[in-house]
Design a binder for this molecule. Structure first.
Ligand code: FES
Length: 371
């Protein structure tokens, strides 16, 4: 039971400055201060970012948009970026990344969460997270951005890849972007078309916007396309040659778009983001090496093919992580000795003290990691 209303939490942030000074000088422990502040309101913390759930809205059969309001420690984000959410279940701290679909003043933000069957986080968030609950927010990351030139834009999304692109589209239209924009969203079936009402309303309001869906696992209705991405789906896109292209979705979809773009030779830029791990570079022979996670006193023989994040989880460890693709940096640890290999490119790193990302680093020799 909170002693303070949430509306006071953001305003109190700057009043906590003297406590931050005492923590910085080592006279107080941040965890003790946070424990006391949490009694006043669970979203009140010295430095960590917590947010209250303000609204839940289903935007597809399997996708929920959450409106959150962050405490005063929130430093903002950019449209198209992703955000780490943390929750605790049965004493275990879990985290996942979700895309920001809107950013507003006063610490308000929206994220969309797609149901992942068998997942540990999304089913809980969709079914049990309620208005008024409080969540911790973590790192913000992601490089997608709306093209600066006032030229046409083509948005190609598959599945939940719609979410960062929608964040960018909403912001661009609100700024008055007037060049042609085509959004093509690939989903398995009708019910997975997300934000349909809003996209249709935007289309009616902005004559430069065209939205289409392609169904990959069911019959299309009038006006919809059928099947997976193909260049033929772009035949009706006006002035295609002048468009910048942004694409987001599973790695296979994004790589198909990249291949098309290279073949088509469009002069504009392509920005691509895949939200499943990229294919591993397995150009080394399989062998056993010794991994030592020094601080956890975990030492074992492992193979040299899989990432250190996977190997640590096999030991029952729970390293911080987010994207599992080498993007968000939340799994960064220090290499103490040995050589690791970037599983995407095959590049080797062996300088002691070097920061490495566990999710994309495999042991190449016996290694010691500060974890
Ligand atoms: S989990 Fe995001 S960089 Fe490793």
């Amino acid at each position: 039971m909170a002693l303070l209303p949430f509306t006071w939490v953001r305003g109190l942030t700057h009043l906590l400055h003297p406590l931050r000074v005492l923590v910085a000088r080592g006279w107080l422990r941040e965890s003790d201060v946070d424990a006391a502040l949490a009694l006043l309101h669970p979203a009140l913390r010295l430095n960590r970012v917590f947010a209250r759930v303000m609204q839940r809205q289903w935007v597809a059969e399997d996708m929920l948009e959450l409106t959150l309001r962050a405490n005063g420690n929130w430093r903002g984000a950019k449209p198209g970026q992703h955000l780490q959410l943390y929750l605790e279940r049965d004493g275990v701290r879990l985290s996942r990344s979700y895309s920001l679909t809107a950013l507003q003043l006063g610490g308000r933000l929206q994220v969309a969460i797609k149901h992942q069957p068998g997942g540990r986080v999304s089913p809980y968030l969709l079914e049990h997270l309620a208005v008024g609950d409080v969540l911790e927010l973590g790192a913000v990351y992601g490089e997608l951005s709306w093209p600066e030139a006032q030229q046409g834009v083509l948005l190609l999304a598959a599945g939940s890849g719609i979410t960062p692109l929608l964040g960018l589209l909403r912001a661009a239209l609100a700024r008055g972007f007037s060049a042609p924009v085509t959004l093509l969203h690939y989903v398995r079936e009708q019910g997975q078309r997300a934000f349909v009402d809003e996209l249709q309303a935007l289309q009616a309001q902005h004559s430069n916007l065209q939205v289409r869906w392609s169904l990959t696992a069911s019959e299309a209705e009038a006006g919809e396309l059928m099947g997976r991405f193909t260049a033929e789906h772009l035949a009706a896109v006006p002035q295609l040659i002048q468009r910048s292209v942004l694409t987001c979705g599973p790695a296979g979809f994004v790589s198909q778009v990249q291949q098309w773009w290279q073949t088509a030779g469009l002069p504009g830029a392509l920005q691509a983001e895949a939200f499943t791990p990229p294919a591993l570079n397995r150009d080394v022979s399989l062998r056993q090496v010794m991994v030592n996670f020094a601080r956890s006193h975990q030492q074992n023989r492992v193979d040299n093919q899989r990432s250190l994040l996977d190997q640590a989880e096999d030991f029952g460890m729970k390293p911080a992580h987010g994207c599992r693709q080498g993007i968000c940096a939340s799994c960064t640890c220090t290499l103490l000795s040995g050589t690791v290999r970037d599983v995407r490119t095959g590049a080797l790193f062996s300088e002691p003290g070097q920061p490495i990302r566990l999710c994309i680093s495999a042991p190449h020799s016996d290694v010691e990691i500060d974890l």
